[in-house]
Design a protein around this ligand. Structure first.
Ligand SMILES: Nc1ncnc2c1ncn2[C@@H]1O[C@H](COP(=O)(O)OP(=O)(O)OP(=O)(O)O)[C@@H](O)[C@H]1O
Length: 123
């Protein structure tokens, strides 16, 4: 699809506007993202409770960002799949499964980071 030629600056501003629109759509309509945000908020509360260090906060925030990013990309892949093939299709099932697998990678990483931060404080 051809777009009208825009200047570098207005092109960048438009891109940021679309990205913010996507961000708003994710946090306001996608249940998986809302669930992850609630878990992230809870983990931040736990972080304040245990008064974790600056470095621990940095790792926790990185882990949260990693999971939210993976979940968001998975949501986008699911949306593309549902758009191009709304009916049952083995290949679509495979694509959705591996996209969900990517979220599992991120979630496992976050769990390990959480364990490294909190287990010594609990045990
Ligand atoms: N069109 C399809 N054809 C074949 N298998 C599908 C199809 N749609 C979904 N599946 C299977 O169902 C699983 C869940 O798909 P779905 O799109 O419901 O993801 P979800 O993670 O449950 O979605 P949500 O993020 O909305 O909760 C997929 O991983 C895949 O195995």
């Amino acid at each position: 699809m051809k777009h009208k030629k825009t200047s570098f600056l207005s092109g960048r501003i438009k891109s940021v506007t679309y990205a913010l629109k996507g961000f708003y759509l994710l946090i306001s309509t996608e249940h998986s993202i809302i669930t992850q945000l609630l878990i992230s908020g809870f983990m931040c509360g736990v972080g304040f409770y245990f008064e974790i260090s600056l470095v621990e906060w940095m790792f926790q925030i990185l882990a949260i960002g990693l999971v939210l990013t993976a979940e968001s990309l998975n949501t986008a892949i699911e949306a593309v799949c549902d758009y191009i093939q709304p009916n049952f299709d083995k290949k679509i099932g495979f694509i959705k499964d591996i996209a969900a697998g990517a979220v599992t990678f991120a979630a496992l990483t976050a769990i390990v980071i959480g364990a490294i931060i909190y287990l010594p404080k609990i045990l």
